[in-house]
Write a protein that binds this ligand. Structure first.
Ligand SMILES: Cc1cc2nc3c(=O)[nH]c(=O)nc-3n(C[C@H](O)[C@H](O)[C@H](O)COP(=O)(O)OP(=O)(O)OC[C@H]3O[C@@H](n4cnc5c(N)ncnc54)[C@H](O)[C@@H]3O)c2cc1C
Length: 446
């Protein structure tokens, strides 16, 4: 093994990828454009800089999917988790981090590693030769973004996300909602019942519009201009254009019959579409939004059938460069059209510091093993790592692909356990037990 692994971007994903590969004995070069070229969000030249909040979210590895991801990264000797643990701040059940010492520690450990060198340069194209991991994140430099777009095609690279809220299927009240595609379209029963529909009468609709208009909204970050297209306008902006706009747009009531009240024509209908192959997650169609998270929960629970909804993720619109991983990447995170190139981190369509570092961890290990002439066993789908990589490289619907946080909706259900809110504690414990076992076995065999 004479080659070196080139990692572009020394953020959460690139730093973890470099560490994992170097610890496996592979020589690594990190190409990081900062501090020579900055972004609107980064402030320093440190590797693994946290650009906004200083939280790694929940550290509960029994009842929370992010906490489980922490556990799996610690078990794999992850640098990001080691540095986070070393600079932990009091924050109840969350893992909050003293951001500057955290990033300084990651930077120092990488720079001191005998198998790692760091070059401060912008990479502007996708190389034909060598082993590469691109982990350039949500703020990938524009020149590189253009090069990726040329390789992948314009439809497969986005510069903004437009995330509609995602609901756990088992928290939808099906005594109010029903399954039906508009005009019963589709060749199979599955297609004819592909949507979950939630009906509103006139009073409910008017109250919903009032709540949308009154809700607190998030501002765009400085430097993050709001150039979303008409096709993905936030619902509150549609509501501002006129009280009937939503009823003629995503909430139009046509082609649908409510089997619970077939004689009553709904005034408006909210549709939810399946968001993963497992059928455990549904997104609210056309409901991308800039409402604050607290406001979203209360406004969306006004929708009949969603009064008790649990949200796997809430909506948002951000500056975010990401590729259509379900079509572009194989299960080893390699670009299908150029297998010498892997992608990792937020650019693959995961979201958040922890998820990005996790995808870096996998990419680093997979690339290093390949360079050493070994092939690792398939990442187990029952682990949090596996649930996430499986989602972005195959489980998600490529046509509506948007960035995803880790959550239990991505996990295969465990048989024989109670659904809904009541069974949640036992179910989550079963997921995390199963995940830890699967992940430990994978690490032992890798
Ligand atoms: C404004 C903003 C706020 C956010 N707030 C949060 C939050 O509060 N919590 C959270 O969990 N997540 C947040 N995120 C998402 C978070 O940034 C990512 O989840 C995480 O940092 C992604 O890790 P990454 O390694 O994929 O990308 P990054 O950490 O962004 O690292 C990418 C690196 O690549 C470098 N780079 C880019 N282009 C090139 C190039 N051509 N050549 C060389 N280097 C290059 C960049 O300088 C950067 O260092 C936020 C994102 C943004 C944009």
């Amino acid at each position: 093994m004479t080659d070196r692994l080139h990692i572009v971007g020394g953020g959460m994903a690139g730093s973890e990828a470099a560490w994992q590969a170097a610890e496996m004995g592979v020589d690594v070069v990190i190409h990081e454009m900062r501090p020579k070229i900055g972004t609107f969000a980064h402030q320093t030249g440190n590797l693994a800089e946290m650009v906004c909040s200083n939280s790694f979210r929940s550290d509960d590895d029994e009842q929370n999917a992010v906490g489980l991801l922490h556990w799996e990264m610690r078990a794999a000797g992850g640098l990001i988790m080691a540095a986070a643990d070393a600079h932990r701040l009091p924050a109840g059940g969350a893992l909050a981090v003293d951001r500057d010492p955290f990033a300084e520690t990651v930077t120092a450990r990488l720079r001191e590693h005998p198998h790692i060198s760091v070059t401060e340069e912008e990479v502007t194209g996708l190389p034909q030769e060598g082993h590469w991991i691109f982990a350039t994140g949500p703020l990938t430099s524009p020149t590189l973004g253009e090069a990726i777009r040329r390789e992948t095609g314009a439809d497969s690279l986005a510069f903004f996300d437009a995330i509609a809220p995602i609901v756990y299927a088992d928290t939808i009240d099906m005594s109010r909602a029903w399954l039906q595609s508009r005009y019963d379209k589709g060749d199979t029963e599955e297609e004819r019942t592909a949507y979950i529909n939630c009906p509103m009468d006139k009073d409910q609709y008017e109250a919903f519009i009032d709540a949308l208009l009154a809700a607190e909204k998030t501002e765009f970050h400085e430097g993050e201009t709001a150039t979303y297209f008409d096709g993905c306008l936030p619902i509150e902006v549609m509501a501002e254009r006129g009280r009937e706009t939503l009823r003629h747009g995503p909430m139009k009531p046509v082609g649908l019959t409510n089997p619970h009240q077939p004689e009553v024509k709904p005034h408006a209908v909210v549709q939810l579409r399946r968001d993963n192959a497992l059928g455990t997650l549904y997104n609210i169609v056309g409901f991308q939004t800039k409402m604050k998270y607290g406001a979203q929960t209360s406004v969306f629970r006004m929708i009949p059938g969603l009064e008790e909804a649990g949200f796997a993720r809430l909506g948002g619109i951000h500056r975010n460069t990401f590729i259509n991983s379900p079509t572009l990447l194989d299960e080893q995170m390699r670009l299908r059209s150029r297998p010498n190139i892997r992608f990792a981190g937020q650019i693959t369509g995961v979201e958040g510091y922890v998820e990005s570092a996790a995808m870096g961890l996998l990419a680093g290990r997979l690339a290093a093993a390949e360079m050493q002439g070994r092939s690792l066993p398939r990442v187990p789908q029952d682990s949090a790592m596996g649930a996430l990589i499986h989602h972005i490289t195959g489980g998600a619907d490529a046509r509506t692909f948007q960035p995803m946080n880790v959550n239990f909706g991505l996990f295969r259900p465990v048989d024989g356990l109670k659904g809904g809110r009541r069974g949640r504690k036992d179910r989550y414990k079963a997921y995390t037990d199963r995940a830890k076992e699967a992940w430990s076995a994978w690490l032992a065999n890798s």
